[in-house]
Design a protein around this ligand. Structure first.
Ligand code: AMP
Ligand code: MG
Length: 363
């Protein structure tokens, strides 16, 4: 299959006739059961008609994704929510008012309109309304319901730019809409509204505090930062190894000086052994590291910048054939949990804690 790559821009998509035509074409492909990758404010999505079971099957096949890992249904207006769910609870309306369009996914009871192929066999459905203008125009043109996981091969870091989508999906899907680099860089926050208490199943840009301001107390799935594979996460997809670069990634946590010393020591040892070492540093520490590749994720206090650059750095390490990677730890207050959740998965929960009196390695 030939994959068509078309450039579109968020600011011109509504007015430029050529770009409008590309969106119409994308809509036609979706309505005919084909697949289109598209930018959203979080990461690039791999879209198919959410109400067409064949389209959902194609999405799983293109990604190599296990079929029990449900897809998020993307809509462009609130009215579109009603036909695909059994009921719209008041909590969902309050969250929609506060955070839609935006990086929040809600889990609700599904209606008969949504095929089980889209929900991985579950009787609930994940729904999000993205804010990206290209995504919204494409959803409208495609019939209003677009099932879209991240547009990467299953297990790899989610794509933050169209070139990474092409790397994984070229020849496997009909079209890629290239809207440039995404803004947020981490997947949406997922909140489950089907139980008595709302529960965060995946942390993201919308934090627990932000949700609690709207809903009152919100619980967090215990498995989000846990390495215990005996615990079963409530979002099926969270059990899989994810976001992983090709090389071995280790997170080093603790006080800054100890972290820098430990990473430099390990970097040297591995370089001597013939490994190509990459380091994820912050602006505050980048000059202090010696390794083949040192990447700066941003200022430590700027969690949005760190979130935005994380997957891009992991992909760049792949491009540069880095074999061993070390990252500083990011346990900040706001998006810190979302960043750590992704980083821990990318590292297979391999963490070295330097602040312990005797260096302790956990796997
Ligand atoms: P991705 O589309 O790659 O960002 O992954 C979607 C995430 O949403 C996965 O972790 C899924 O397990 C989760 N998800 C989608 N639908 C549901 C659902 N009905 N219940 C729980 N988790 C869901
Ligand atoms: Mg994904």
């Amino acid at each position: 299959m030939q994959t068509k790559l078309v450039r579109v821009s968020e600011t011109e998509v509504a007015s430029d006739p050529e770009q409008r035509k590309a969106i119409e074409k994308a809509g036609q492909i979706l309505r005919e059961g084909g697949l289109v990758a598209f930018p959203t404010e979080t990461v690039y999505g791999l879209g198919g008609d959410a109400l067409n079971r064949e389209s959902s099957r194609k999405i799983y096949a293109a990604k190599g994704r296990p079929s029990d890992n449900p897809l998020i249904v993307h809509i462009a207006c609130l009215e579109a929510l009603y036909p695909i769910v059994e009921e719209v609870p008041e909590s969902a309306l309050r969250l929609a008012k506060a955070f839609w369009p935006g990086p929040l996914t809600m889990i609700l009871k599904k209606s008969g309109l949504v095929p089980f192929e889209t929900t991985g066999g579950l009787d609930t459905v994940a729904v999000r309304m993205p804010s990206d203008a290209i995504a919204r125009a494409m959803i409208e043109a495609g019939g209003g319901y677009v099932a879209a996981p991240s547009a990467n091969t299953s297990g790899k870091p989610s794509p933050t730019q169209a070139k990474y989508v092409a790397e994984d999906m070229d020849g496997k899907i009909d079209m890629i809409l290239d809207g440039g680099a995404v803004c947020i860089g981490l997947e949406s926050t997922i909140v489950d509204l089907t139980e008595e208490r709302p529960m965060i199943l995946r942390p993201g840009y919308i934090t627990k505090d932000m949700l609690e301001k709207v809903l009152g107390e919100v619980e967090v799935d215990r498995t989000i930062l846990s390495a215990d594979s005996g615990l079963k996460p409530k979002a099926p997809g969270m059990k899989y190894r994810h976001y992983a670069p090709k090389g071995e990634l280790t997170i080093v946590s603790g006080e800054e000086d100890a972290v820098v010393d430990t990473i430099n020591r390990l970097s040297k040892e591995n370089t001597v052994r013939g490994e190509k070492v990459g380091i994820i540093a912050t602006q505050e520490t980048r000059e202090r590291y010696a390794a083949a590749v040192v990447k700066c994720a941003g200022r430590r206090a700027d969690e949005e910048a760190i979130a935005r650059s994380l997957y891009t750095i992991l992909r760049e390490f792949d491009d540069e054939d880095v074999t061993v990677m070390y990252s500083e730890s990011f346990e900040g207050s706001e998006m810190g949990q979302a960043i750590m959740n992704r980083l821990l998965k990318a590292a297979g929960h391999h963490v070295i804690e330097t602040h312990k009196s005797k260096e302790k390695e956990e796997r």
